[in-house]
Ligand binder design. Structure first.
Ligand SMILES: N[C@H](CCC[C@H](N)C(=O)O)C(=O)O
Length: 288
């Protein structure tokens, strides 16, 4: 099967975007992994399949798959921004505020005049069973009323805050992200037994109450140059722990994102807003 794709990136997190708005396209896991393979295929962190609107009041639907494993992902912040750039640039919509259905959320997305995209990422989820996180045997330490969990990892203990943006995140705070052992500790956190569906592992360095540096070792993707949901999870955890204010500039290795959450003033079910770049890199065809 010959498949047209558009290669895109948001702050360095890269995607193969497939347009299935005119005709349904079911890719199997082998085909998805081929698309994601950086040597035998296109190469991308995630694959974004855009489909026609599933219902009135919704403009499109999209599905996200991790490029290395072909597994479907619940949520993808950088991918959401690339989706908006794609449908506007391809003339699939004349709107600049777009509603899209993902596997578990209805998102509101806005293309700004400066070309950046703002995404209402929905409210963070703290219910451990919904992450899922199995706390059996662990006693949390509370900081500003938010739990921190001490994981006994093979390379030593580390303390994480856990939450979901629709996909699971474990966030730890370090003195220097550039020196942090992300490639060693990241997979240990990802595969820790307390996360039955594994987890995305964030490493946060606080620069100020409105600025952080972030690295994320993503579930089934390894370290990416940016992770939108990871940036949201890092800021929400920092705000809940009393370390950050409600608007934070996040410096990822591949670019900068702005994350806003009014959880302290408006309640924990306040939505997280993310603003950042999205660009097309090239178009191509591949035989799958
Ligand atoms: N890169 C995506 C997150 C993908 C997360 C995926 N690795 C998972 O298994 O949850 C983002 O920008 O939010």
């Amino acid at each position: 099967m010959n498949v047209h794709f558009t290669k895109m990136q948001g702050a360095g997190n890269d995607f193969a975007v497939i347009d299935a708005t005119r005709a349904p396209l079911a890719l199997n896991r082998t085909q998805l992994q081929r698309l994601g393979d950086r040597r035998f295929g296109v190469g991308c962190d995630q694959i974004l399949v855009i489909e026609a609107s599933p219902a009135a009041g919704v403009d499109f639907r999209y599905r996200i798959f991790n490029g290395s494993s072909g597994e479907e992902v619940e949520h993808c912040g950088n991918g959401a921004r690339c989706f908006v750039r794609y449908v506007v640039d391809k003339g699939l919509t004349a709107k600049r505020s777009i509603r899209v259905q993902t596997v578990n959320k209805l998102l509101e997305l806005h293309l700004q005049d400066d070309g950046r995209v703002t995404v209402d990422m929905g409210a963070p989820i703290f219910t451990l069973a919904d992450l899922p996180f199995v706390a059996a045997g662990l006693q949390p330490r509370l900081q500003q009323g938010f739990e921190l969990w001490r994981l006994a990892l093979p390379s030593g203990p580390c303390e994480v805050a856990v939450l979901s943006m629709g996909n699971p995140h474990a966030v730890q705070f370090v003195a220097d992200v550039d020196a942090a052992p992300v490639l060693r500790v990241g997979p240990e956190v990802e595969h820790d037994a307390h996360f039955p569906r594994r987890v995305n592992a964030g490493f946060v360095q606080i620069i100020s109450r409105s600025e952080i540096k972030l690295r994320v070792y993503e579930r089934s993707a390894g370290e990416t140059l940016a992770c939108g949901t990871g940036a949201c999870a890092a800021v929400v955890a920092g705000i809940r722990l009393g370390l950050l204010d409600e608007a934070v500039e996040v410096h990822a290795r591949g670019g900068d994102l702005k994350i806003e959450w009014a959880g302290r003033s408006a309640g924990l079910d306040a939505p997280v807003r993310m603003t950042g770049p999205a660009q097309t890199v090239f178009e191509g065809e591949i035989e799958l």
